[in-house]
Design a protein around this ligand. Structure first.
Ligand code: SAM
Length: 207
């Protein structure tokens, strides 16, 4: 099943089923960005708007993109403010859908579905203002090495989505190649376990 189709199917349960990665990512995003100043945000892979909801309390303008019609439909139901614009688009294709430059580009839990990391970094760099930030929060590669991946139950079937493993060095090298400076790298753990970190977050700056 294509990734787009899988998220269309997952959408009705995405917000409600047990998902520690989704829940931790929300905390990570707030903790990482609450002290950063930004007015305009480009959010890629916004899904059901879990993070758009918080971002719109801090920013004056949000442009949120996803290729799943059904995930977007839920996000639109949650957030109807005029300053939040939702757009259906595949971020593996040129980001021609906006000519604006933003203070912040965010992506959460989407890069595991994208093979060509360098393309995403190049596009993010081109859509940022000088001094702007690129924030990434993703399933930690250590978890991927142990077999964790995006999956959900549809009836009695377990649907596993196509994923790509990006090593920490891949993120750092793609950032450097695009022209970014690394501002912060953090690893986030489940509170009640001694397992490897669940999430990696990186904050890059466009110099
Ligand atoms: C795990 S969900 C994360 C949603 C949201 N960012 C969050 O943290 O809850 C991944 C999202 O990325 C979207 N996505 C995956 N590949 C994409 C692509 N190539 N272009 C646009 N959206 C994509 C999916 O449709 C899905 O909504």
């Amino acid at each position: 099943m294509s990734i787009e189709k899988a998220y269309n199917e997952w959408s009705s349960q995405y917000d409600s089923n047990k998902n520690r990665t989704r829940d931790l990512d929300k905390k990570v995003t707030i903790k990482s960005l609450e002290d950063l100043k930004f007015n305009s945000v480009l959010e890629i892979g916004c899904g059901t708007g879990k993070n758009s909801e918080w971002l719109q309390t801090k920013a004056t303008q949000i442009f949120a993109v996803d290729f799943s019609e059904e995930m977007l439909a839920i996000a639109k139901k949650k957030i109807s403010k005029k300053n939040v614009h939702f757009q259906k688009a595949d971020v593996t294709e040129n980001w021609h859908w906006t000519t604006e430059n933003f203070d912040l580009v965010t992506c959460n839990l989407i890069l595991e579905h994208i093979e060509d990391l360098e393309f995403i970094f190049e596009q993010a760099f081109s859509k940022l203002k000088t001094g702007g930030h690129f924030f990434i929060s993703e399933l930690h590669p250590f978890k991927q090495y142990k077999g964790t991946k995006a999956r959900f139950n549809s009836g009695d079937k377990l649907i596993e989505l196509e994923t790509f493993t990006h090593h920490i060095s891949d993120f750092l090298n793609a950032g450097k190649k695009a022209g970014f400076q690394l501002f912060e790298l953090k690893e986030w753990f489940d509170e009640d376990s001694t397992d490897p970190p669940r999430i990696i977050s990186l904050l890059f700056k466009k110099p």
